[in-house]
Write a protein that binds this ligand. Structure first.
Ligand SMILES: [Zn+2]
Length: 60
């Protein structure tokens, strides 16, 4: 059986268990147009942009 060579420090162990490295849900990213959180590979629901082009026209 494989055994860990070194004891993981409390800091490293706790950092892994902490939530800091998974701030956003998988499949989510910030919109490049408005900075809003959006689903990746989807048109942004708040500004209607996808890949730098306006897909859905939003009235102001
Ligand atoms: Zn947007």
């Amino acid at each position: 059986m494989a055994v860990p060579k070194r004891k993981l420090s409390k800091a490293r162990r706790d950092k892994r268990r902490s939530n800091v490295w998974k701030l956003t849900l998988p499949g989510f990213s910030k919109c490049t147009q408005c900075g809003e959180l959006k689903l990746s590979h989807r048109v942004c629901p708040s500004c209607g942009y996808y890949k730098g082009k306006e897909i859905i026209k939003k009235e102001a």
